[in-house]
Structure formats: C-alpha cells, structure tokens
Design a binder for this molecule. Structure first.
Ligand code: GLU
Length: 273
C-alpha cells in the first residue's frame, strides 16, 4: 500500500537546516514509495507565528527541489473544524475548563516535557465554573487524562525502525486541548489534520516523539486511524548542540543569500547527519 507523509512546520522563523533535513526525510520516503507528500503550516499560535515566515516556507522548499501534492493546508484557516473535534471530546465528558493563569503557556508547547498540571480546576463545582465564566475569566480546556486513558485502553504505535512500541500518555497529565488565546492546541490540530489528510506515515524530529503518546490517545478517543511514525534524529552542530532557530545564519534564506546552491545545502545535511 502506498504511503502519505507530510512536513508540518510552525512559521515562527525562517526554515533552517534542521527543517530541511526533516522535509527531505519525508519527501524522499514519499517519492521513493510513489506515495504522497503534503505540506501543512501549523500557524494557530498567533503570538509566535508570522505571515512572512509562513509565506517563505513553500518558497524555501521549492528552492531545495522539494515539491508537494495537494494544496498547502494552513491550520489558522480551520479553527471551526478543531472546535468540532473539541465538541466531541466535551460531549464524552473528557474536557474541563481551566482558569489557572499558567494554562496555555508551557503546557501547550509541542516541544519538551512540562511538569504535569496538578488538576486544580478539575475539582471546581458546576456553580464555581458558571460563576467564573459569568465574570468573563479566560479559560483553557483540559483533557481529563485519567478518564481519557481509561476509556481508550492500552495504546501502541509503530515506529519505523523499531517496530511496535507502547504509548503512555498518563505522565503528561491533563494536557491543554484548547488554549485561552486560541480555541485549539498543537496536539488536537495535528491529530485532526493527519487523519483528515490521510497521512499514513508521520515523519518528524525525535523531539516530538514524546508527544506521540498524546496523539495516539486522541486518535483513539476521536475514532481516527493511527498512522505509523518515523522520528528522525535532530541535526546537531560541530559541538553536538541541537540546531535551532537562534542559529540565524543557518536559515535556508541566509545560505541562499550567501550564494549556496540547493546541492551544497543537501551536501551539508549529509555531512551533519
Ligand atoms: N509544527 C510542529 C513543529 O514545528 C511539528 C508538528 C509535527 O510534525 O507533528 O515543531
């Protein structure tokens, strides 16, 4: 069976060498298998994403010689769809409003593991919730993790080079599925869109592997198919430090302006990989 894979960057800066490696990994897998390669722009975080970065993504990829099938999907244009998915989880009794001030900050970041939320707002009574809502206090929506995990049962995923692995979302606690400032979250959108776009193989960096357990859980709860996963190692610089946006000189744009060709960028990737 043919595969569909994707590259799903967040436009919080110009694409750098690490993005190029990720995009190429997915693109090569898809082209080799005569499958589909999709481009999705994950731009729901209005405070961190910028239109100029989003517009630069297709341009930078095309310069590298990467092409994609179907129209580019921009998540910010589909908030109503994510709202519908949230509504389904809410109807299952799996969500609760959280008025805590740190909600929507650290907990909704796709990278890194934050301490699990203590569950303070899970214990609010209906009257307390209604009173806070009437006062217009902003709130996030959190997943009741214990209940959700019980409902979903045991979860596992297929990691390409490793085979079947157990997924355990419990340590993440009550993750935020709708932020205070955006009625959605990375986890919800990625799961919704991978299913909608028929993604059968998720290719992405090793830094997002942990989040896979949450994604498996949401797929099970929403009755969506589970794609297979291929997490690739992150590029590092000569000192072993992970390449990140702060290395401005390493953006594809900067390299192009400095006279590099797509071929020399790809050679660099082989050297770094
Ligand atoms: N948008 C996420 C990021 O830029 C990646 C999402 C994914 O590949 O699942 O880190």
């Amino acid at each position: 069976m043919s595969i569909t894979t994707r590259f799903a960057p967040s436009p919080t800066g110009y694409l750098h060498l690490g993005h190029a490696a990720s995009a190429l990994a997915g693109w090569k897998r898809a082209r080799k298998a005569r499958g589909r390669f999709l481009l999705r722009i994950e731009d729901i975080d209005r405070s961190r994403c910028r239109a100029e970065y989003a517009d630069a993504i297709p341009e930078d990829l095309a310069w590298l010689g990467i092409d994609w099938d179907a129209e580019v999907r921009r998540q910010s244009e589909h908030l109503a769809e994510y709202g519908e998915a949230l509504g389904r989880l809410d109807a299952m009794g799996l969500l609760y409003p959280c008025f805590c001030t740190r909600a929507g900050i650290a907990m909704s970041a796709p990278h890194g593991k934050d301490a699990a939320y203590a569950g303070t707002c899970r214990h609010l009574s209906g009257t307390e919730v209604a009173e806070r809502m009437a006062r217009g206090l902003p709130y996030a929506l959190r997943l009741d993790m214990d209940r959700a995990a019980r409902q979903a049962g045991p979860l596992r995923y297929h990691e390409e080079a490793e085979g079947w692995l157990a997924a355990d979302p419990l340590p993440f606690g009550d993750v935020v599925l709708a932020r205070k400032d955006v009625p959605a979250s990375y986890h919800l959108c990625v799961v919704h869109d991978d299913a909608l776009q028929g993604v059968s193989l998720v290719t992405r960096g090793e830094d997002l592997r942990e989040a896979t357990s949450i994604h498996l859980l949401l797929q099970a709860l929403l009755g969506l198919p589970h794609p297979a996963y291929a997490h690739h190692p992150l590029l590092t610089d000569a000192s072993g430090r992970r390449l990140a946006k702060r290395d401005g000189a390493m953006t594809l744009r900067a390299m192009r302006q400095a006279g590099e060709t797509p071929e020399s960028v790809i050679r660099r990737l082989h050297a770094n990989g």
